[in-house]
Write a protein that binds this ligand. Structure first.
Ligand code: FAD
Length: 500
């Protein structure tokens, strides 16, 4: 039995703690904030309840497997979301994407014109083959250079993965309709990236959403975090909230434990960090022992400093008078010029002037008082950067900016035909700076670093760190962000550590 310390009670940390405790290890978890869940947050006020982070779950089987591997297989119910999302395009076209993938081509033809369904079906089938090829080795195991080498020596695999091709390039080659291409481009942002620079292998993201469906947890996705915390308690994990780790300590053999903000040290044989990888390599690991380890740590730190940050999000929580009109619970309004958004996110950081706007208005009576609705509004935003030049982001704490930009987002929504300004009882604004304060993710970047360039997958921080006994889980490490992917990182790490 190893003594394991887990840093952070995000989904990655909770899932790792539960798996390692179920494998027979003695696990204690330290979380700096006063609550669990990390980015899977919740806000309650005056009878309204909002998920402040995720609002759509894909690959629920990952969580079913996690719960089954650690105890009661079904502590939660997952409900299908149908339609998955209502897409509203700048020219007025409306596409309600069905949950059933077999119904998608006809929906595309009806909304966007004949031939659109067949074009997407061809790309869907291509992505299915890609998923069969890369899904297992990339998402379920540490990424090994030899897997990538194997792909690159088989010509057919290499042509399929085409690391030199971007998501944008693939969309331009196979999708004839600019609205369909905008929809496809958006999936790059689900890993915090720019479709013009992210590899085309990310075409598996819309495929996975359709093939395995989009899901919701009644009373909010936050219930998933509650169920994971309960599971940790059932398995005897000692969970310490308001307990910040300020250093990962090492000795000759590797990791030796952690030091807490109150000065106490906690010895450990294994440390699993759910803190952002940039925080691990930039702050928590001071001077690991051993020249080789120090060198490899320095390489990881430098790579992270050079990598572009993923996008963050600007969120409005709206307590609205009046009830829903039967529109899909999830909707996205696209701008006329989508590239201007990617330029503002990645080239010349600025609040996006005319952003794509995502709204989640759950039709769940538990989440709002009678006669009212709780809306979560999200637009992509550059990360927070309060340095004098703000070269890598935006100073979201600049006086007046949050209120001004909130007004702007509501005005954009109104211009696109959804004016709710006279229904607002109150609003709560969450900027990337707030996300950074809440979760310690640098700049409030949601997915750590952006996945840009042909080697993006290889350059992502590995689950096994150069320091023996120190492992990384969570959205900033391999295989990436998003609830199920983060939970898979916990499985990879638990498999690497092995049973007691
Ligand atoms: C607005 C928004 C919308 C999203 N929408 C979706 C969606 O619809 N679907 C989806 O699947 N995903 C979505 N995501 C992404 C998803 O929320 C994340 O990928 C996932 O929750 C990240 O989990 P994590 O465990 O990696 O990290 P986090 O949730 O960031 O958890 C890290 C934890 O570590 C703690 N910590 C950090 N440093 C220390 C330290 N030194 N000591 C102790 N504790 C520390 C933090 O306080 C935090 O609790 C969204 C995220 C956001 C913000």
């Amino acid at each position: 039995m190893a003594r394991v310390v887990v840093i952070g009670a995000g989904v990655g940390g909770l899932a790792a703690a539960a798996r390692l405790a179920a494998q027979g290890h003695r696990v204690e978890l330290h979380e700096r904030s006063d609550t669990h869940g990390g980015k899977l947050g919740e806000y309650r006020r005056d009878g309204f309840t909002f998920d402040t982070g995720p609002s759509l779950l894909t690959l629920p089987q990952v969580f079913t497997d996690l719960f089954a591997a650690t105890g009661d297989p079904a502590p939660l119910a997952f409900e299908p979301v149908d339609p998955v999302c209502g897409y509203r395009f700048a020219d007025g076209a409306r596409l309600d994407m069905p949950h059933d993938p077999a119904a998608v081509p006809a929906a595309l033809d009806a909304a966007l014109g004949p031939g659109r369904g067949a074009a997407w079906q061809a790309l869907y089938e291509r992505s299915a083959r890609l998923w069969d090829l890369v899904g297992e080795p990339v998402l379920h195991r540490p990424l090994r250079a030899r897997d990538l080498a194997r792909f690159s020596t088989r010509l057919r695999d290499l042509q399929m993965i085409a690391p030199w091709r971007t998501l944008r390039g693939l969309g331009e080659a196979l999708l004839p309709d600019p609205r369909l291409r905008a929809w496809f481009d958006r999936y790059a942002t689900y890993s915090g990236s720019d479709p013009r620079r992210t590899p085309s292998v990310l075409s598996v993201t819309p495929y996975v959403e359709q093939r395995f469906g989009a899901w919701w947890v009644p009373r909010g996705l936050r219930r998933l975090g509650d169920a994971l915390l309960d599971r940790c308690h059932e398995l005897g994990v000692a969970v310490h909230l308001e307990s910040e780790v300020v250093e990962i300590t090492t000795c000759g053999r590797g990791v030796s434990g952690v030091r807490l903000a109150d000065g106490r040290t906690v010895p450990a044989d294994v440390v699993v960090s759910d803190a952002d990888a940039a925080v691990v390599y930039g702050h928590l690991l001071r001077r690991p022992s051993g020249l080789g380890t120090r060198l490899r740590t320095a390489v990881a730190r430098t790579a992270l400093r050079r990598a572009p940050a993923s996008v963050s999000g600007f969120v409005l929580l709206l307590a609205l008078d009046g009830e829903g009109n039967g529109a899909p619970a999830h909707r996205i309004w696209f701008p006329a010029e989508y590239d201007a958004e990617f330029d503002a996110l990645f080239r010349r950081p600025a609040p996006v002037p005319d952003p794509a706007v995502y709204v989640h208005a759950p039709a769940d009576p538990a989440l709002a008082p009678a006669g009212a609705e709780a809306w979560f509004v999200l637009v992509n935003a550059p990360p927070h950067d309060s340095s004098p030049t703000s070269a890598h982001g935006v100073d979201w704490d600049a006086p007046g900016l949050r209120e001004r930009y909130a007004d702007r987002v509501l005005e954009v929504l109104a211009r696109r035909g959804e004016d709710v300004r006279d229904r607002i009882r109150w609003r709560e604004i969450r900027t990337p700076a707030d996300l950074e304060r809440d979760t310690a993710a640098p700049g409030g970047a949601i997915y750590g670093t952006a996945s840009h360039g042909p080697l993006a997958a290889l350059l992502r921080p590995a689950n096994r760190s150069p320091v023996p006994g120190l492992f990384l889980v969570g959205g900033s490490a391999h295989p990436g962000g998003g609830l199920p992917i983060v939970a898979l990182s916990a499985k990879i790490v638990a498999d690497l550590i092995g049973p007691a």
